[in-house]
Design a protein around this ligand. Structure first.
Ligand SMILES: [Zn+2]
Length: 441
């Protein structure tokens, strides 16, 4: 997918917001139809039946008829796709779209182009005629700007931040955080592996977002101290403004804008880093993290309330701010077949020089000194080297390894990652390994 920032005029933005409203309305009708279905009832209407119903609805409803039929039909098409992919997409059943939150619509291109097979030969139908496919109407204005035909708006300009115009059948327009974006549905080619035989291991943490086994430390940009102060200021003002007032909404909007900037930075960093990884290394190994489990709330139930709920929430925010999942996903998409997940346990406790696993080797967040062979290293880098070697899930220390000689059988406790003795939800502190506190069951 290639996504660009769009700059509609005020008039065009008004028309496009109308498209958003129509698409949302049609989508939500489809959700309602399917939510009504139960075992034993006749199946909910499919795409073709819904299109017929849409035509009828347009005949009866002036507001709907004023909108663009293609935009409305594409919303049904989107719904059908989402419904079909509900087990595989990770998003589950299609759900309600909300005003101001899920603003967007899809446009199918109006240009007709001859279709061809992957090998370049023209696609012919049963009568031997050329099959024509849809294509979006895009024009390049100059090196930095291009424009696209949007129904009802004419030409809308967008900033061209990639080389070459996108060749797509459809595009999607979204409006989020007061910004319009256009995304063309293009599947880019995977990035070729370098000729070298480089294997890299990546240890993801909160202090260092991604420590690489070759010593690089990559950090995901976050908000600056001043920006964080501004967020707090606007949150405070919003809290003090009268309920339902314009001032309250304006303050909330300012907070949302700064937070959107943080999310943009994180996404940008993930994209650049994953491209760099895919270009530089033949095989990329991540430690396997279950981020959903790690960032589970500590709230508990009413009968059994959790402890240290706020602290765990803070840790969860810190984890999610690192974009671990996005980095892994995008790297996998850019380098298919070249990314592996290594089981995470003990990667931070195992000595990458001799293989000894001991809790005491991890002196602090940053320091690793092997109690067996005396190997000294940065703790995150040590973990990354273990990940690169595919080593981690060794259930108990190798007794014969290292210069430490024969030690008494270490129980499970010594091979586990350091963790607070307290029972309950652990508190995240500076200088403490985050994985150890978060991976508690
Ligand atoms: Zn060692």
């Amino acid at each position: 997918m290639s996504r660009f920032r769009m700059y509609p005029t005020g008039e065009q933005a008004g028309v496009m917001l109308g498209h958003c409203a129509h698409a949302r309305y049609v989508w939500n009708l489809a959700v309602e139809q399917h939510a009504h279905w139960k075992w034993g009832r006749r199946s909910a209407p499919g795409f073709a039946e819904q299109c017929r119903q849409l035509t009828e609805a347009r005949r009866d409803n002036d507001w709907l008829r004023a909108g663009n039929a293609d935009v409305q039909q594409q919303a049904l098409q989107d719904f059908a796709r989402a419904k079909n992919a509900r087990f595989a997409s990770g998003f589950g059943e299609p759900t309600w779209r909300r005003k101001h939150v899920h603003e967007g619509f899809r446009v199918i291109g109006t240009d007709r182009v001859p279709e061809s097979h992957p090998d370049g030969s023209p696609k012919l139908n049963a009568q031997g005629r050329q099959v024509m496919g849809r294509s979006v109407v895009v024009q390049r204005l100059n090196r930095r700007w291009a424009r696209v035909k949007v129904p009802g708006c004419g030409w809308v300009r967008f900033r061209l931040t990639r080389t070459g115009l996108p060749a797509a059948k459809t595009f999607r327009v979204t409006f989020r955080n007061q910004q319009w974006h256009i995304a063309f549905v293009v599947i880019p080619d995977p990035i070729d592996a370098p000729g070298t035989d480089g294997i890299v291991g990546i240890d993801r943490g909160v202090t260092i977002t991604a420590a690489l086994s070759d010593g690089q430390r990559l950090n995901c940009p976050r908000l600056t101290t001043r920006e964080r102060a501004r967020v707090r200021k606007h949150q405070r003002r919003a809290a003090r403004a009268p309920r339902g007032s314009e001032a309250k909404a304006a303050e909330h909007a300012k907070v949302a804008m700064i937070k959107a900037r943080e999310a943009d930075r994180r996404k940008d960093w993930c994209e650049k880093t994953s491209t760099m990884l895919a270009r530089t290394y033949r095989l990329i190994r991540f430690e396997k993290l279950n981020i959903t489990t790690m960032t589970r709330s500590a709230k508990g139930t009413i009968e059994q309330p959790g402890t240290r709920v706020r602290q765990k929430a803070g840790l969860n925010r810190a984890i999610l701010a690192q974009g671990w999942g996005l980095l892994r996903r995008r790297t996998g998409e850019k380098a298919p077949g070249r990314v592996e997940d290594v089981p995470a346990p003990y990667t931070s406790l195992r000595c990458s020089a001799c293989g000894w696993i001991e809790k005491d080797s991890r002196k602090s967040q940053a320091e690793f000194v092997c109690v067996s062979c005396g190997f000294t290293c940065n703790a995150d880098e040590n973990a990354a080297v273990n990940v690169a070697a595919g080593q981690g899930g060794i259930p108990r220390p190798r007794r014969a390894a290292g210069a430490g000689g024969v030690t008494a059988a270490t129980g499970r406790s010594s091979a586990r990652e350091p963790r607070p003795i307290r029972v309950g939800i652990p508190l995240f502190q500076e200088g403490e390994d985050v994985k150890s506190t978060a991976s508690r069951p």
